[in-house]
Design a protein around this ligand. Structure first.
Ligand SMILES: Nc1nc2c(ncn2[C@@H]2O[C@H](COP(=O)(O)OP(=O)(O)OP(=O)(O)O)[C@@H](O)[C@H]2O)c(=O)[nH]1
Ligand SMILES: [Mg+2]
Length: 401
């Protein structure tokens, strides 16, 4: 444990691999993100290890030599947990644990842990618990095969198997119980949504930590929890917002992340109902983040995974106050100009053209371009509103004053 500002941080080590899919640069970016996730979970990263290995070692993900290196470091530095960026099979997790003799997590396990720590309402807690049990179920099998290999088949088929089978039954029962509980809450929530009438629904979506909740607070004058950690928001909040006397509903929900565990997407389906039923999506992007383009892709992928496609969408490029392109030196000009070297003006032009005017650059924190944001959202909401209620469209001029 390390003490900082009276807070205790657990010492951790990160492990990433380099292969065809993730080159050195990508692997570093992934580990940067994993490091932020670790900090969010209450960990302090002591060291990172990477290995070029393709395909990954079937038994231990990384090779024996590298594992030994990690092991030495873990022993010498009192490390509490080793976190792998890539998904470990249950068997790999067991094998590595045997070698390193400390907690072994992968990205999915870590995200589940953060969700568990952050779940505030009983609804969110139920959803996280469901995801955790689903993650655990195949790992109970892993435990079994591991024991079987260790002690051989004979004698293991007796109490050992029964024990595992009992565990699995308990976990399965728990899963179906939690699913029923979620169904019951879903029914209640659907009724609540039904009671909200036919107002136009707008949903904020985006990668985690991009400023969705901050924007929600600015626009609806509400107080939704926002902070510079990942997954500050787990539940969905819905607020009635009025722009130029046109009322609509705005929802803020859980942020997405690369490789969002499938168990979590499954369990959070109902939290994301609000996004499903939205008439308009506001896709918030943190343009100051070096990997914002990957983030956009991950979000689009996740939306596709939960069957949300082709909804009217406004792209909101947020945090323009923090955007800093890397300045190219004269010497650098011989090297390739990467997307990090574009100025904000250049980005604006490319995205505006690509999105046909459905993109907007702003700062929720510094309230920059808020007026343009309000106009754009007003216009989009109005379009939907007047198709739905053609008889009162005289109430809403094409732009509000
Ligand atoms: N510089 C800058 N920071 C911002 C801006 N908008 C939000 N932030 C900061 O970004 C961090 C994350 O903001 P949130 O509003 O919690 O982000 P979120 O998208 O709701 O994040 P999750 O709920 O964790 O998915 C906070 O520290 C905000 O203060 C902005 O326009 N500029
Ligand atoms: Mg939030």
């Amino acid at each position: 444990m390390i003490e900082k500002n009276n807070l205790q941080f657990e010492k951790t080590v990160l492990v990433g691999i380099i292969n065809k899919e993730q080159d050195e640069v990508k692997s570093k970016e992934y580990l940067d993100e994993l490091s932020f996730l670790t900090y969010t979970a209450g960990g302090e990263v002591s060291k990172r290890f990477t290995q070029k290995i393709d395909p990954p070692h079937p038994k231990t993900m990384i090779g024996a030599g590298k594992l030994e290196e990690v092991s030495q470091f873990v022993k010498a530095n009192d490390v509490g947990a080793v976190i792998f960026d890539d998904e470990l099979t249950p068997a790999q997790q067991k094998n590595i644990e045997k070698e390193l003799k400390c907690k072994i997590l992968d990205r999915t396990g870590l995200i589940l842990d953060i969700f568990a720590q952050r779940a505030q309402t009983s609804y969110a807690r139920t959803q996280v618990e469901l995801a955790q049990y689903q993650y655990l179920l195949p790992r109970l099998t892993g435990l079994w095969t591991h024991l079987e290999r260790q002690r051989g088949g004979i004698g293991m088929r007796g109490p050992g198997e029964t024990e595992i089978e009992t565990d699995r039954r308990i976990v399965r029962d728990k899963i179906s119980l939690l699913k029923k509980k979620i169904q019951a809450i879903d029914k209640q929530m659907a009724t609540q949504r039904g009671n909200r009438g036919a107002l136009v629904r707008v949903a904020l979506v985006g990668y985690t930590n991009v400023g969705k909740s901050t924007l929600m607070n600015v626009i609806s004058k509400s107080k939704v929890f926002a902070e510079n950690k990942l997954f500050a928001t787990l539940d969905t909040t819905v607020r009635k917002v009025v722009i130029g006397n046109l009322p609509f509903l705005l929802s803020d929900t859980v942020g997405f992340i690369r490789k969002l565990p499938t168990q979590l997407i499954e369990s959070f389906k109902s939290t994301l109902d609000e996004v499903h039923e939205a008439d308009l999506l506001l896709h918030v992007v943190d343009i100051s983040h070096p990997n914002f383009e990957d983030h956009i892709q991950s979000v689009n992928q996740t939306l596709a995974d939960i069957n949300i496609q082709e909804k009217p969408t406004l792209m909101l490029f947020n945090k323009i106050d923090a955007y800093q392109p890397e300045i190219l030196d004269e010497d650098d000009l011989v090297t390739v100009r990467t997307s990090r070297h574009y100025t904000l003006k250049e980005w604006e032009q490319t995205w505006m053209a690509k999105m046909n005017g459905q993109a907007l650059f702003m700062s929720a924190l510094k309230k920059e371009n808020l007026e343009e944001f309000r106009q754009k959202v007003y216009q989009k909401v109005r379009e939907i509103h007047v198709t739905r209620f053609p008889y009162n469209n005289f109430l809403y001029p094409e732009s509000f004053e």
